[in-house]
Design a protein around this ligand. Structure first.
Ligand SMILES: *[C@@H]1O[C@H](CO)[C@@H](O)[C@H](O)[C@H]1NC(C)=O
Length: 356
C-alpha cells in the first residue's frame, strides 16, 4: 500500500509550508549598519539604501552633517521630518508595549499587504482608502524598468492588478527576513472613522460597485434590516451607514470571515507591533510624508507623488454627519473596535462622538 504513504508525505509537505513561521528578530539599534555594506545595487543617492539614509541622518548630526546631509535634501526640512517621524515611531512602540502582551510570529499570510521594491529597498504596507492607488502607481514606476514614467498615466484599475507588483508573502523565509531587516518599511494611515466613512461611501453609495453590493450589501440587509424588501435583499445596493455599523460591531461578522480590507483595521493589515515601520505616513500630511519617503529612497527628482484631488474626499465634517445618526451605544462599540488604530497612530477621540 503505497498510496497512504504518499498522501501522508504530501500532507506533511503542505502542512509544513503552511505553518511556516518567520522568526523575525529586529534589533532596534541601527539595523542598516549590519549588512548595509553588502549592498551595492542601490540606485539611491550616494549609493546607500533608504534605510541607511534614514538612520545615518538620524544619528550623530555633528559627524554626518557636512558629509552627507547637504547631498540629501535641505537640512531644515530633513530635521523637521526626522523629529516628526521619530516621535511617531516612539509613540507606536510605547503603545505596542502597553497594549500587546504576547509576541507572536508572522506567517506568510500576514505579509500579503507588504509591497516590495527590490530595486530601491522599500517595503510598503498598503491600506485601502489611504492613497494606496497612488502609492501602487508610484511603486509600479519605481519597479517597472522604465515601463512607466508618470504615475498618473497608469489607470487606477491597472494599479490594483496583483501581478503588477510583488508582495512579501511571495518570497522565501530567508528572503523575507532579509528584506524586513534591510529595507525601509513604511505605511500610510488615516483617522480611522474618516477612513471608515470613506470606505462606506465608496463601496455602498456608488451605483457601480455591484460586486460589493452583492457580496456584502445583500448580507447586511438580510441580517440588519427589519422587514427588508425583496428588491433590497436581491441587490443590496441601499445599505445605510447605520446598517453598515451594525454589521461591523456584530461579533458574528468576524467569526465568519475577516473584515474586508477596506474596513479592516491597520493594526490587522500591517501588524505594526510586529513589523517595526521606519516611517508612518499620515493621510492628513500625505504630500509632505510622501516627499520624505521619496527623498529617502533617492528618487525625488524622478518621481513625484501625485497630489490627490480634494473634491470627493471624505472630510472630518462629513464623518461627523454620518456619526450623528449613530446611537451612542453603537458609537462606543465601534470605537472599541477601532481603538488600536486610534491609539497606535495618535488619533484622539473624535469630538462629535457623544458617549463618554
Ligand atoms: C499626537 O497628537 C497631538 C495632537 O493631536 C500632538 O500634539 C502630538 O505631538 C502628537 N504626538 C506624536 C508623537 O505624534
Amino acid at each position: 500500500m503505497r498510496k497512504p504513504k504518499i498522501c501522508r508525505l504530501v500532507l506533511a509537505t503542505c502542512f509544513g509550508s503552511f505553518v511556516l513561521v518567520i522568526f523575525y528578530f529586529q534589533s532596534n539599534s541601527n539595523p542598516a549598519a549590519e549588512q548595509g555594506n553588502l549592498w551595492n545595487g542601490w540606485q539611491g543617492k550616494a549609493g546607500r539604501s533608504p534605510l541607511q539614509t534614514l538612520y545615518d541622518s538620524d544619528q550623530g548630526c555633528e559627524e554626518n552633517h557636512s558629509r552627507n546631509q547637504n547631498l540629501l535634501f535641505h537640512a531644515f526640512e530633513l530635521s523637521a521630518a526626522q523629529v516628526t517621524h521619530q516621535s511617531r515611531r516612539d509613540l507606536l512602540e510605547r503603545t505596542c508595549q502597553t497594549y500587546t502582551r504576547k509576541r507572536r510570529v508572522l506567517t506568510p499570510d500576514d505579509l500579503k499587504h507588504l509591497i516590495v521594491d527590490d530595486r530601491h529597498g522599500l517595503l510598503y504596507c498598503y491600506v485601502p482608502k489611504v492613497a494606496c492607488t497612488n502609492w501602487k502607481r508610484v511603486l509600479m514606476v519605481l519597479t517597472g524598468d522604465g515601463k512607466y514614467r508618470d504615475p498618473l498615466k497608469i489607470p487606477a484599475n491597472e494599479a490594483h492588478v496583483p501581478s503588477n507588483l510583488r508582495t512579501l508573502s511571495e518570497y522565501s523565509t530567508s528572503e523575507i527576513n532579509h528584506r524586513l531587516r534591510n529595507y525601509l518599511k513604511f505605511a500610510f494611515v488615516r483617522e480611522p472613522f474618516e477612513r471608515l466613512v470613506s470606505a462606506y461611501r465608496n463601496k455602498f453609495t456608488r451605483k457601480y460597485n455591484t460586486a460589493f453590493h452583492k457580496r456584502y450589501g445583500t448580507k447586511i440587509v438580510k441580517r440588519h434590516r427589519p422587514d427588508p424588501s425583496d428588491e433590497a435583499l436581491e441587490h443590496g445596493d441601499d445599505v445605510s451607514f447605520e446598517e453598515f455599523v451594525y454589521y461591523l460591531v456584530d461579533p458574528h461578522t468576524q467569526r465568519e470571515e475577516p473584515f474586508n480590507e477596506h474596513w479592516e483595521r491597520v493594526h490587522s493589515l500591517c501588524h505594526p507591533c510586529i513589523i517595526h515601520y521606519d516611517v508612518v505616513g499620515k493621510y492628513e500630511t500625505l504630500d509632505e510624508d510622501a516627499r520624505y519617503i521619496l527623498q529617502l529612497a533617492g528618487v525625488s527628482d524622478r518621481v513625484h507623488f501625485p497630489s490627490s484631488s480634494k473634491s470627493t474626499r471624505t472630510t472630518d465634517d462629513m464623518t461627523a454627519q454620518f456619526f450623528h445618526k449613530i446611537n451612542p451605544f453603537y458609537q462606543k462599540k465601534l470605537y472599541n473596535l477601532y481603538k488600536m488604530d486610534f491609539l497606535l497612530f495618535n488619533y484622539s477621540l473624535p469630538t462629535y462622538l457623544n458617549f463618554r
